[in-house]
Write a protein that binds this ligand. Structure first.
Ligand SMILES: [Zn+2]
Length: 414
């Protein structure tokens, strides 16, 4: 079935700009950490917008928000669309937010046209996708998908020792419905690409076929603290020199598996962090990714050999622990095709793409057919106040979301 419903691009853009007030930063970005006072403001706005449309809001025990529009057959499992409204400490206006507000725009368009779907539609706002306040990322969609227990998610604490449970209660968003355990017919998530590919190739739409595998490690390199003035170079056990060598080794490993491999050190804590003391210990985080689990296995093995060799070379000891392991995700071929057809119907330039970043959809894909739609962001920049997506690209993404969801729904009814 074909429809000619058109989303309202200006209305969508208006909601993006309006909600950007909540946690607005001077540089044009947003600081809206999960379950913070700013997060409460945007959640309240979202809840009001949905109830004004006649949608039913429910909130689960980890703060995930669901806004439901019953379809012709309310007994069917819902088609779900959404993303997250939390941001990084210096985040942008689009990461996650576009996916939730485009879903809202889809529902507004349907209501305005008097179009009733067969299956119920649900807009979702997942709690703490970013992992900036409560680590790891995608904590609440993970709980929904059974990756973590609700108790594990709720007991996760921020740097000040506040648990997610306490933070949700403080903003009055610890809901009562159980976490997960229900059937979802399909899950669609629109998101900015967060990389440079679509813009560089002048595509409006990324047909996301999956999410690359990623592994995070905690590495501790131990040497010996010593006086920087009195300790000759050949007698030092400088943990930071080891960390520097490891940074170069990780770069070499990723480049050896170009162009699809990436590897980074993201955090580096130098101890005792004194100007005139040779660093005795460095604690760092490593992030390795590839779309193929088998190649990531090879990269991991090379990484571990390098840690060992570097420690030996510089007279250090080193330990490496796997902090997080997210296998490669392949999205649902039927839903991917819905997105492909929706892009073609609109005449939008599109290409298939594998997500370099993690997303809630990666967890939801474990329990329900899922897929994602990407739109370009300027320079591929995100997790940055300068993050920017164009009016037209946001509108195109929302239109493809609408058409893909309707195609999915039409199969239910047909
Ligand atoms: Zn995001």
């Amino acid at each position: 079935m074909q429809t000619n419903l058109k989303i309202d691009a200006a209305r969508l853009w208006g909601t993006l700009m309006e909600t950007a007030r909540f946690g607005a930063l001077p540089g044009g970005g947003i600081k809206r950490l999960a379950a913070s006072a700013e997060d409460k403001l945007v959640r309240d706005w979202f809840a009001t917008a949905c109830t004004d449309l006649g949608l039913t809001i429910s909130i689960d025990a980890v703060g995930n928000m669901f806004a439901r529009r019953a379809g012709k057959n309310p007994e069917l499992p819902p088609i779900m669309m959404g993303s997250h409204l939390d941001t990084q400490p210096t985040g942008g206006k689009f990461d996650g937010i576009l996916g939730v507000l485009a879903a809202l725009e889809v529902v507004r368009t349907l209501i305005q046209a008097g179009f009733e779907t067969y299956a119920p539609l649900e807009i979702v706002n997942w709690t703490n996708e970013e992992g900036a306040r409560f680590s790891p990322a995608m904590l609440a969609s993970g709980a929904f998908a059974g990756v973590f227990t609700p108790a594990q998610a709720l007991s996760t604490a921020d740097r000040d020792g506040t648990t997610l449970d306490e933070a949700l209660q403080a903003i009055d968003y610890k809901g009562i419905i159980p976490v997960g355990g229900r059937k979802i017919h399909a899950y669609f998530e629109l998101h900015i690409e967060q990389g440079p590919i679509l813009e560089a190739e002048a595509h409006a739409i990324g047909i996301v076929t999956g999410v690359q595998a990623m592994r995070w490690y905690d590495v501790v390199i131990t040497g010996q603290s010593a006086h920087t003035g009195a300790t000759p170079m050949h007698l030092r056990k400088d943990a930071l020199v080891g960390a520097a060598a490891l940074a170069l080794a990780i770069q070499a490993i990723a480049k050896a598996h170009a162009p699809l491999a990436v590897g980074s050190i993201g955090t580096l804590d130098v101890h005792p962090a004194s100007r005139n003391t040779v660093p005795g210990e460095v604690v760092l985080s490593v992030d390795l990714r590839h779309r193929d689990d088998a190649i990531l296995d090879v990269m991991e093995a090379q990484f571990k050999v390098q840690i060992h060799e570097i420690a030996e070379k510089y007279g250090l000891t080193a330990t490496c622990a796997l902090f997080w392991n997210s296998p490669a995700v392949r999205f649902d071929p039927v839903l991917i095709d819905d997105v492909r057809q929706a892009a073609a119907k609109g005449g939008y330039s599109a290409r298939e793409i594998v997500s370099g970043a993690g997303h809630d959809a990666a967890y939801i894909a474990r329990i329900a057919p899922s897929t994602m739609i990407f739109v370009p962001c300027a320079g591929g920049i995100s997790h940055n106040e300068a993050e920017s997506a164009s009016f037209d690209d946001c509108a195109t993404g929302a239109q493809v979301l609408l058409d893909a969801v309707l195609a999915c729904d039409a199969r239910r009814g047909g």
